[in-house]
Ligand binder design. Structure first.
Ligand code: GUN
Length: 294
């Protein structure tokens, strides 16, 4: 059996097109142009790439970018003052502070300072709590993308066994909450889980968010399962040539899984598409408009 490859790139392009259409209607009918502020501190090369891609996508969707770059040496007070300024700016509907932040800055304090209504990352404790309580919330972008991809294979996830490997605040925990909200039976596995391969083999939907290259082996996967690979790991081959691989041993998994997201081209493109979706949702909510059907 060769797994169906879930084409995240095409699915994300479709979502971005739908968001752009909704943005166009919002501008035409109500005069609102969603604005997203992306705050980058320092010169982390990976963060610079992410932020550049996000800004490009914001412009392509017809939204206003409000990029703010601060030096690596910036103090916490200065960053908090910038957040306060963006919170108060009515043209800014969404605020994203790219992580990680330099060590002199308490990331949790910065996240908590963002107006929860503008928290398009869904990291603010209020949004985390609302998601856990089953209330409407701004939800982290990568988890949202994972569930949207899983739903292209399983329009209903109700009653399915879902196993999430990884318990980070950015991916593992929120993706588990979203799968639970979809009525899946959810297990969160992690580095201390006993017999991880056996736990993974229970999964109808397996989400790998560990950050270790090709960690999940083919024989860990239940035949026919849907595999969502969140990993983005740069590895070098024997000749020193570098490439990007996921958290799943892809070639092995292809022979066992029913469906799988590739890396690159799976979850990654969905993260940015879901950021645009969250910015649109936040704009509508802030203006008393109904939730966009995107
Ligand atoms: N760094 C890595 N992933 C993310 C993300 O989803 N949001 C933010 N703000 N920073 C990140």
């Amino acid at each position: 059996m060769t797994a169906h490859i879930i084409d995240g790139k095409t699915i994300a392009a479709g979502l971005r097109g739908n968001v752009a259409d909704a943005v166009h209607r919002l501008k035409r009918d109500r005069g609102h142009v969603p604005g997203l502020a992306v705050v980058l501190v320092g010169r982390n090369p990976a963060s610079e790439v992410y932020v550049r891609n996000k800004t490009k996508a914001v412009i392509e969707a017809g939204m206003h970018p409000f990029d703010r770059n601060l030096p690596d040496s910036v103090g916490e007070d200065e960053l908090l003052a910038l957040i306060a300024e963006l919170n108060a700016d009515p043209k800014v509907n969404g605020i994203l502070v790219q992580l990680p932040l330099p060590p002199q800055i308490d990331s949790q304090k910065v996240i908590a300072a963002i107006d929860p209504a503008k928290d398009v990352d869904g990291f603010h404790p209020l949004n985390v709590g609302r998601l856990g309580s089953g209330l409407p919330a701004l939800v982290p972008c990568t988890p949202l993308g994972c569930v949207r991809l899983a739903r292209t294979v399983h329009p209903s996830l109700a009653g399915l066994e879902a196993v999430v490997i990884g318990r980070s605040n950015i991916v593992g925990k929120p993706v588990a909450q979203l799968l639970l909200a979809e009525n899946a039976t959810v297990t969160i596995a992690h580095s201390k889980t006993a017999d991880l391969p056996a736990v993974c083999r229970r999964a109808d939907v397996l989400v790998a968010a560990i950050g270790r290259p090709e960690f999940v082996r083919g024989h860990w996967i239940k035949p026919g399962a849907t595999v969502i690979d969140v990993g983005i790991n740069r590895v070098s081959d024997a000749a020193g040539k570098s490439r990007i691989v996921g958290d799943v041993a892809y070639a092995e998994a292809l022979d066992v899984a029913g469906a799988i997201t590739p890396v690159p081209g799976g979850v990654g493109p969905m993260t940015i598409a879901c950021l645009l979706l969250n910015t649109l949702r936040a704009t509508c909510e802030q203006n008393g408009l109904p939730e966009p059907a995107v």
